[in-house]
Design a protein around this ligand. Structure first.
Ligand SMILES: Nc1nc2c(ncn2[C@@H]2O[C@H](COP(=O)(O)OP(=O)(O)OP(=O)(O)O)[C@@H](O)[C@H]2O)c(=O)[nH]1
Ligand SMILES: [Mg+2]
Length: 390
Protein backbone atom coordinates (compact mmCIF):
# COMPACT_ATOMS: atom_id res chain seq x y z
CA UNK A 1 0.00 0.00 0.00
CA UNK A 2 1.08 3.56 -0.68
CA UNK A 3 2.81 4.97 2.40
CA UNK A 4 2.69 8.60 3.48
CA UNK A 5 4.82 9.79 6.40
CA UNK A 6 4.16 12.63 8.82
CA UNK A 7 7.50 14.12 9.85
CA UNK A 8 8.80 17.29 11.46
CA UNK A 9 10.30 18.67 14.63
CA UNK A 10 8.90 17.56 18.01
CA UNK A 11 5.60 18.95 19.28
CA UNK A 12 4.35 20.39 15.99
CA UNK A 13 1.20 18.25 15.87
CA UNK A 14 2.16 15.15 13.87
CA UNK A 15 0.34 12.72 16.14
CA UNK A 16 -2.71 14.98 16.29
CA UNK A 17 -2.96 14.95 12.50
CA UNK A 18 -2.23 11.22 12.47
CA UNK A 19 -4.97 10.53 14.99
CA UNK A 20 -7.45 12.72 13.16
CA UNK A 21 -6.81 10.78 9.94
CA UNK A 22 -6.77 7.27 11.43
CA UNK A 23 -8.71 7.67 14.68
CA UNK A 24 -6.06 5.43 16.22
CA UNK A 25 -5.47 5.82 19.91
CA UNK A 26 -2.09 7.56 20.13
CA UNK A 27 -0.46 9.80 22.67
CA UNK A 28 -0.61 13.57 22.14
CA UNK A 29 0.92 16.11 24.53
CA UNK A 30 2.41 19.58 24.60
CA UNK A 31 6.04 18.55 25.11
CA UNK A 32 8.75 17.15 22.79
CA UNK A 33 9.23 13.46 22.04
CA UNK A 34 5.77 12.33 23.06
CA UNK A 35 6.01 9.83 20.22
CA UNK A 36 9.04 7.56 20.20
CA UNK A 37 7.99 4.47 18.31
CA UNK A 38 6.46 5.33 14.94
CA UNK A 39 2.70 4.81 14.68
CA UNK A 40 1.41 3.10 11.55
CA UNK A 41 -2.21 3.11 10.50
CA UNK A 42 -4.69 3.44 7.67
CA UNK A 43 -5.90 6.84 6.47
CA UNK A 44 -8.20 7.57 3.55
CA UNK A 45 -7.98 9.89 0.59
CA UNK A 46 -11.29 11.37 -0.50
CA UNK A 47 -12.44 11.28 -4.10
CA UNK A 48 -15.74 11.61 -5.92
CA UNK A 49 -17.45 8.27 -6.46
CA UNK A 50 -18.58 7.94 -10.10
CA UNK A 51 -22.00 6.57 -9.04
CA UNK A 52 -23.63 10.00 -8.75
CA UNK A 53 -22.37 11.27 -12.08
CA UNK A 54 -23.55 8.08 -13.82
CA UNK A 55 -26.85 8.00 -11.94
CA UNK A 56 -26.11 4.50 -10.63
CA UNK A 57 -28.40 3.42 -7.82
CA UNK A 58 -27.38 1.23 -4.91
CA UNK A 59 -23.71 2.13 -4.41
CA UNK A 60 -22.95 0.93 -0.91
CA UNK A 61 -19.24 1.72 -0.96
CA UNK A 62 -19.41 5.51 -0.87
CA UNK A 63 -20.54 8.07 1.68
CA UNK A 64 -22.85 10.67 0.13
CA UNK A 65 -21.08 10.28 -3.22
CA UNK A 66 -17.59 10.40 -1.69
CA UNK A 67 -15.25 7.50 -1.89
CA UNK A 68 -12.60 7.05 0.80
CA UNK A 69 -9.64 5.05 -0.49
CA UNK A 70 -7.05 3.64 1.95
CA UNK A 71 -3.37 4.59 2.18
CA UNK A 72 -0.88 3.78 4.91
CA UNK A 73 0.06 6.64 7.21
CA UNK A 74 3.10 6.70 9.46
CA UNK A 75 3.61 9.11 12.35
CA UNK A 76 7.33 9.47 12.98
CA UNK A 77 9.01 10.68 16.19
CA UNK A 78 10.12 14.32 16.21
CA UNK A 79 13.33 15.17 14.36
CA UNK A 80 15.78 17.87 15.40
CA UNK A 81 18.68 19.53 13.54
CA UNK A 82 21.68 17.16 13.33
CA UNK A 83 19.42 14.12 13.73
CA UNK A 84 21.54 12.37 11.06
CA UNK A 85 24.46 12.59 13.49
CA UNK A 86 22.36 10.99 16.19
CA UNK A 87 21.18 14.18 17.88
CA UNK A 88 17.77 14.19 19.57
CA UNK A 89 16.70 10.67 20.20
CA UNK A 90 18.98 9.27 17.54
CA UNK A 91 18.94 8.87 13.79
CA UNK A 92 16.89 5.69 13.88
CA UNK A 93 13.85 7.96 13.46
CA UNK A 94 15.06 8.89 10.00
CA UNK A 95 14.99 5.20 9.25
CA UNK A 96 11.21 5.29 9.75
CA UNK A 97 10.97 7.46 6.62
CA UNK A 98 12.72 4.81 4.55
CA UNK A 99 9.65 3.33 2.89
CA UNK A 100 7.59 6.49 2.56
CA UNK A 101 6.35 7.34 -0.94
CA UNK A 102 5.87 10.95 0.15
CA UNK A 103 6.29 13.09 3.23
CA UNK A 104 3.94 15.56 4.86
CA UNK A 105 6.26 17.86 6.76
CA UNK A 106 4.34 19.21 9.71
CA UNK A 107 5.45 22.69 10.77
CA UNK A 108 4.22 24.65 13.79
CA UNK A 109 3.02 27.70 11.89
CA UNK A 110 2.08 29.47 15.12
CA UNK A 111 5.74 29.68 16.22
CA UNK A 112 4.85 28.42 19.70
CA UNK A 113 7.62 25.80 19.93
CA UNK A 114 11.40 26.22 19.70
CA UNK A 115 13.77 24.22 17.45
CA UNK A 116 13.59 21.26 19.85
CA UNK A 117 9.82 21.48 20.29
CA UNK A 118 9.75 23.07 23.75
CA UNK A 119 6.72 25.32 24.26
CA UNK A 120 7.40 29.06 23.88
CA UNK A 121 5.03 32.01 23.46
CA UNK A 122 3.01 32.08 20.23
CA UNK A 123 4.94 33.96 17.55
CA UNK A 124 8.37 33.52 19.17
CA UNK A 125 9.77 31.06 16.63
CA UNK A 126 9.88 31.76 12.91
CA UNK A 127 8.34 28.63 11.29
CA UNK A 128 10.42 29.19 8.15
CA UNK A 129 13.44 28.17 10.25
CA UNK A 130 11.82 24.76 10.74
CA UNK A 131 11.30 24.03 7.06
CA UNK A 132 14.73 23.43 5.52
CA UNK A 133 16.30 21.23 8.15
CA UNK A 134 14.18 18.14 7.56
CA UNK A 135 15.19 17.59 3.93
CA UNK A 136 18.78 18.34 4.83
CA UNK A 137 18.81 15.79 7.66
CA UNK A 138 17.17 13.18 5.50
CA UNK A 139 19.56 13.82 2.60
CA UNK A 140 22.61 13.61 4.91
CA UNK A 141 21.31 10.38 6.40
CA UNK A 142 20.77 9.01 2.90
CA UNK A 143 24.29 10.11 1.92
CA UNK A 144 25.61 8.01 4.80
CA UNK A 145 23.85 4.95 3.40
CA UNK A 146 25.08 5.64 -0.15
CA UNK A 147 28.68 6.02 1.05
CA UNK A 148 28.44 2.78 3.01
CA UNK A 149 27.60 0.83 -0.15
CA UNK A 150 29.63 2.82 -2.66
CA UNK A 151 33.19 1.80 -1.78
CA UNK A 152 32.41 -1.90 -2.19
CA UNK A 153 30.28 -1.42 -5.33
CA UNK A 154 32.89 0.75 -7.09
CA UNK A 155 35.27 -2.24 -6.99
CA UNK A 156 32.54 -4.58 -8.17
CA UNK A 157 31.57 -2.30 -11.12
CA UNK A 158 35.18 -2.21 -12.39
CA UNK A 159 35.00 1.31 -13.79
CA UNK A 160 31.64 0.87 -15.53
CA UNK A 161 29.47 3.82 -14.42
CA UNK A 162 26.13 2.33 -15.53
CA UNK A 163 26.92 -0.94 -13.74
CA UNK A 164 27.71 1.06 -10.61
CA UNK A 165 24.40 2.95 -10.91
CA UNK A 166 22.50 -0.33 -11.33
CA UNK A 167 24.24 -1.93 -8.35
CA UNK A 168 23.77 1.11 -6.13
CA UNK A 169 20.16 1.50 -7.29
CA UNK A 170 19.55 -2.07 -6.21
CA UNK A 171 21.20 -1.43 -2.85
CA UNK A 172 18.86 1.53 -2.30
CA UNK A 173 15.74 -0.57 -2.95
CA UNK A 174 14.93 -0.50 0.77
CA UNK A 175 14.55 3.26 0.48
CA UNK A 176 12.12 2.77 -2.41
CA UNK A 177 14.67 4.31 -4.74
CA UNK A 178 15.60 2.65 -8.04
CA UNK A 179 18.49 2.85 -10.52
CA UNK A 180 16.49 5.09 -12.88
CA UNK A 181 15.97 7.68 -10.17
CA UNK A 182 19.63 7.41 -9.16
CA UNK A 183 20.70 7.94 -12.77
CA UNK A 184 18.45 10.99 -13.05
CA UNK A 185 19.98 12.49 -9.89
CA UNK A 186 23.57 11.72 -10.97
CA UNK A 187 22.92 13.30 -14.40
CA UNK A 188 21.27 16.36 -12.89
CA UNK A 189 24.33 16.90 -10.67
CA UNK A 190 26.68 16.17 -13.59
CA UNK A 191 28.99 13.94 -11.57
CA UNK A 192 30.71 10.61 -11.99
CA UNK A 193 29.55 8.32 -9.22
CA UNK A 194 32.78 6.34 -8.99
CA UNK A 195 34.93 9.45 -8.57
CA UNK A 196 32.42 11.57 -6.60
CA UNK A 197 33.52 13.46 -3.48
CA UNK A 198 31.44 13.22 -0.27
CA UNK A 199 30.04 16.70 -1.14
CA UNK A 200 28.96 15.41 -4.58
CA UNK A 201 27.17 12.52 -2.90
CA UNK A 202 25.35 14.92 -0.58
CA UNK A 203 24.17 16.89 -3.62
CA UNK A 204 23.04 13.73 -5.39
CA UNK A 205 21.11 12.72 -2.29
CA UNK A 206 19.34 16.07 -2.08
CA UNK A 207 18.19 15.65 -5.69
CA UNK A 208 17.36 11.99 -5.13
CA UNK A 209 15.20 12.92 -2.19
CA UNK A 210 13.31 15.49 -4.23
CA UNK A 211 12.69 12.92 -6.96
CA UNK A 212 11.84 9.96 -4.76
CA UNK A 213 10.06 11.48 -1.75
CA UNK A 214 7.86 14.41 -2.69
CA UNK A 215 7.19 16.62 0.32
CA UNK A 216 4.34 18.94 1.16
CA UNK A 217 4.26 21.28 4.17
CA UNK A 218 1.36 21.29 6.62
CA UNK A 219 1.30 24.75 8.21
CA UNK A 220 -0.22 23.30 11.38
CA UNK A 221 -1.67 25.15 14.38
CA UNK A 222 -2.96 27.54 11.72
CA UNK A 223 -5.66 28.56 14.19
CA UNK A 224 -2.98 30.31 16.28
CA UNK A 225 -0.70 31.45 13.45
CA UNK A 226 -0.26 35.01 12.25
CA UNK A 227 -1.36 35.88 8.73
CA UNK A 228 2.31 36.66 7.91
CA UNK A 229 3.45 33.18 8.90
CA UNK A 230 0.68 31.54 6.91
CA UNK A 231 1.44 33.69 3.85
CA UNK A 232 5.19 32.93 4.06
CA UNK A 233 4.59 29.18 4.36
CA UNK A 234 2.05 29.25 1.53
CA UNK A 235 4.81 30.69 -0.68
CA UNK A 236 6.53 27.34 -0.14
CA UNK A 237 3.40 25.48 -1.21
CA UNK A 238 2.18 24.81 2.34
CA UNK A 239 -1.42 24.04 3.20
CA UNK A 240 -2.69 25.53 6.48
CA UNK A 241 -3.96 22.79 8.81
CA UNK A 242 -5.77 22.71 12.14
CA UNK A 243 -4.97 19.24 13.43
CA UNK A 244 -6.79 19.70 16.74
CA UNK A 245 -9.87 20.93 14.89
CA UNK A 246 -9.97 17.94 12.56
CA UNK A 247 -9.51 15.58 15.48
CA UNK A 248 -12.34 17.20 17.43
CA UNK A 249 -14.67 17.08 14.42
CA UNK A 250 -13.86 13.47 13.55
CA UNK A 251 -14.31 12.41 17.16
CA UNK A 252 -17.62 14.24 17.44
CA UNK A 253 -18.80 12.82 14.11
CA UNK A 254 -17.98 9.26 15.16
CA UNK A 255 -19.88 9.88 18.42
CA UNK A 256 -22.80 10.99 16.19
CA UNK A 257 -22.84 14.46 17.67
CA UNK A 258 -21.95 16.18 14.39
CA UNK A 259 -22.48 15.60 10.73
CA UNK A 260 -19.04 16.05 9.22
CA UNK A 261 -17.16 14.30 6.46
CA UNK A 262 -13.37 14.72 6.40
CA UNK A 263 -12.58 17.45 3.92
CA UNK A 264 -15.95 19.22 4.28
CA UNK A 265 -15.87 22.99 4.52
CA UNK A 266 -18.44 23.02 7.33
CA UNK A 267 -20.14 20.77 9.88
CA UNK A 268 -23.61 20.69 11.40
CA UNK A 269 -24.68 19.43 14.82
CA UNK A 270 -26.92 16.36 14.65
CA UNK A 271 -30.49 17.25 15.55
CA UNK A 272 -31.16 16.71 19.24
CA UNK A 273 -27.44 16.36 20.13
CA UNK A 274 -26.70 17.82 23.53
CA UNK A 275 -23.60 20.01 23.40
CA UNK A 276 -22.00 21.43 26.52
CA UNK A 277 -21.00 25.10 26.75
CA UNK A 278 -17.23 24.31 26.36
CA UNK A 279 -18.04 22.10 23.35
CA UNK A 280 -20.04 24.90 21.73
CA UNK A 281 -17.18 27.33 22.39
CA UNK A 282 -14.57 24.97 20.91
CA UNK A 283 -16.73 24.25 17.87
CA UNK A 284 -17.35 27.94 17.28
CA UNK A 285 -13.59 28.56 17.19
CA UNK A 286 -13.07 25.63 14.80
CA UNK A 287 -15.86 26.94 12.56
CA UNK A 288 -14.19 30.37 12.45
CA UNK A 289 -10.85 28.87 11.41
CA UNK A 290 -12.52 26.67 8.81
CA UNK A 291 -14.21 29.71 7.34
CA UNK A 292 -10.86 31.47 7.13
CA UNK A 293 -8.98 28.56 5.53
CA UNK A 294 -11.80 26.77 3.69
CA UNK A 295 -11.54 23.60 5.81
CA UNK A 296 -9.32 22.18 8.54
CA UNK A 297 -6.86 21.41 5.71
CA UNK A 298 -6.06 17.92 6.98
CA UNK A 299 -7.94 15.93 4.35
CA UNK A 300 -6.87 18.45 1.73
CA UNK A 301 -3.17 17.92 2.40
CA UNK A 302 -3.45 14.13 2.32
CA UNK A 303 -5.37 14.33 -0.96
CA UNK A 304 -2.89 16.77 -2.46
CA UNK A 305 0.08 14.61 -1.55
CA UNK A 306 -1.48 11.48 -3.02
CA UNK A 307 -3.16 12.88 -6.13
CA UNK A 308 -0.89 15.77 -7.06
CA UNK A 309 2.56 15.16 -5.56
CA UNK A 310 2.71 11.41 -6.14
CA UNK A 311 0.15 11.58 -8.96
CA UNK A 312 -2.06 8.62 -8.14
CA UNK A 313 -5.40 8.00 -9.88
CA UNK A 314 -8.48 6.09 -8.68
CA UNK A 315 -9.70 3.28 -10.95
CA UNK A 316 -12.77 1.08 -10.49
CA UNK A 317 -12.60 -2.50 -11.79
CA UNK A 318 -15.99 -4.16 -12.44
CA UNK A 319 -17.08 -7.54 -13.79
CA UNK A 320 -20.33 -6.38 -15.39
CA UNK A 321 -19.77 -3.31 -17.56
CA UNK A 322 -23.50 -2.72 -18.00
CA UNK A 323 -24.45 -2.70 -14.35
CA UNK A 324 -21.04 -1.46 -13.10
CA UNK A 325 -20.91 -4.25 -10.55
CA UNK A 326 -19.15 -7.47 -9.57
CA UNK A 327 -20.53 -11.01 -9.90
CA UNK A 328 -22.48 -10.56 -6.67
CA UNK A 329 -24.21 -7.43 -7.99
CA UNK A 330 -22.24 -5.10 -5.74
CA UNK A 331 -21.98 -1.73 -7.50
CA UNK A 332 -18.45 -0.28 -7.97
CA UNK A 333 -17.10 -2.72 -5.37
CA UNK A 334 -13.46 -1.65 -5.50
CA UNK A 335 -11.58 1.62 -5.85
CA UNK A 336 -7.86 1.18 -6.49
CA UNK A 337 -5.17 3.80 -6.26
CA UNK A 338 -2.85 3.36 -9.24
CA UNK A 339 0.21 5.34 -10.34
CA UNK A 340 -0.41 7.78 -13.20
CA UNK A 341 0.51 6.08 -16.47
CA UNK A 342 -1.06 2.74 -15.48
CA UNK A 343 -2.58 0.64 -18.23
CA UNK A 344 -5.48 -1.87 -18.20
CA UNK A 345 -2.94 -4.67 -17.87
CA UNK A 346 -1.43 -3.01 -14.78
CA UNK A 347 -4.93 -2.88 -13.34
CA UNK A 348 -5.43 -6.58 -14.11
CA UNK A 349 -2.27 -7.41 -12.15
CA UNK A 350 -3.42 -5.15 -9.34
CA UNK A 351 -6.73 -7.06 -9.12
CA UNK A 352 -4.91 -10.39 -9.00
CA UNK A 353 -1.65 -11.81 -10.35
CA UNK A 354 -3.56 -14.60 -12.13
CA UNK A 355 -5.98 -12.11 -13.75
CA UNK A 356 -2.93 -10.18 -14.92
CA UNK A 357 -1.21 -13.27 -16.31
CA UNK A 358 -4.36 -14.33 -18.16
CA UNK A 359 -5.20 -10.77 -19.35
CA UNK A 360 -6.99 -10.78 -22.73
CA UNK A 361 -8.49 -7.31 -23.10
CA UNK A 362 -10.30 -4.53 -21.25
CA UNK A 363 -13.59 -2.70 -21.74
CA UNK A 364 -14.29 0.89 -20.71
CA UNK A 365 -17.58 0.50 -18.83
CA UNK A 366 -18.59 4.09 -19.51
CA UNK A 367 -18.45 3.70 -23.31
CA UNK A 368 -18.78 -0.13 -23.44
CA UNK A 369 -15.89 -0.06 -25.92
CA UNK A 370 -12.87 -2.29 -25.91
CA UNK A 371 -9.75 -0.29 -25.12
CA UNK A 372 -6.16 -0.85 -26.19
CA UNK A 373 -3.77 -2.61 -23.80
CA UNK A 374 -1.56 0.47 -23.96
CA UNK A 375 -4.33 2.94 -23.05
CA UNK A 376 -3.30 5.18 -20.17
CA UNK A 377 -6.01 4.99 -17.52
CA UNK A 378 -7.58 8.15 -16.09
CA UNK A 379 -8.87 8.85 -12.61
CA UNK A 380 -12.50 7.74 -12.37
CA UNK A 381 -12.20 5.09 -15.10
CA UNK A 382 -14.47 2.07 -14.65
CA UNK A 383 -12.87 -0.92 -16.33
CA UNK A 384 -13.94 -4.47 -17.03
CA UNK A 385 -10.99 -6.84 -17.39
CA UNK A 386 -11.42 -9.93 -19.52
CA UNK A 387 -8.95 -12.63 -18.55
CA UNK A 388 -8.52 -16.38 -18.99
CA UNK A 389 -8.34 -16.53 -15.18
CA UNK A 390 -11.53 -16.24 -13.14
N1 LIG B 1 -3.72 25.17 18.59
C1 LIG B 1 -3.39 24.03 18.03
N2 LIG B 1 -2.71 23.09 18.73
C2 LIG B 1 -2.40 21.93 18.11
C3 LIG B 1 -2.74 21.67 16.77
N3 LIG B 1 -2.31 20.43 16.43
C4 LIG B 1 -1.70 19.95 17.54
N4 LIG B 1 -1.75 20.83 18.56
C5 LIG B 1 -1.21 20.68 19.92
O1 LIG B 1 0.21 20.55 19.82
C6 LIG B 1 0.71 19.71 20.86
C7 LIG B 1 1.60 18.63 20.30
O2 LIG B 1 0.82 17.74 19.55
P1 LIG B 1 1.34 16.27 19.14
O3 LIG B 1 0.37 15.77 18.11
O4 LIG B 1 1.60 15.44 20.33
O5 LIG B 1 2.72 16.67 18.44
P2 LIG B 1 3.85 15.71 17.80
O6 LIG B 1 4.41 16.45 16.65
O7 LIG B 1 3.31 14.35 17.55
O8 LIG B 1 4.92 15.70 18.99
P3 LIG B 1 6.11 14.62 19.29
O9 LIG B 1 5.52 13.26 19.25
O10 LIG B 1 6.56 15.03 20.64
O11 LIG B 1 7.14 14.86 18.24
C8 LIG B 1 -0.52 19.17 21.59
O12 LIG B 1 -0.73 19.95 22.75
C9 LIG B 1 -1.64 19.38 20.58
O13 LIG B 1 -2.92 19.53 21.16
C10 LIG B 1 -3.47 22.66 16.04
O14 LIG B 1 -3.83 22.56 14.88
N5 LIG B 1 -3.74 23.83 16.73
MG1 LIG C 1 3.86 12.57 18.32
Amino acid sequence: MLQIALAGKPNCGKSTIYKSLTLANVEIANYPFTTINANKGVAYVRSKCPCRELGIEGCTECVDGNRFVPVELIDVAGLVPDAHLGRGLGNQFLDNLREADAIIQVVDASGSTDAEGNPVDVGTRNPLDDVKFLRYEFAMWMAGIVEKHRAKLVRQAQGKEQVLIDLLGEALGGLRIDALQLKQAVDECGINLARATPEDIEKVCEVLLRISKPTLIAANKADLASDENIAALKELGAIPTIGVGELALKTAASAKILKYLPGDATFTPVEGAKLSAPQIKALTLIAQSMKKFGSTGVQEILNKVVFEEIGMIVVYPVEDENKFCNAKGQVLPDAFLMPAGSTPKDLAFRVHTDIGKGFLYAVDARTKMRIKDTTILKSGDIIKIVSTAK
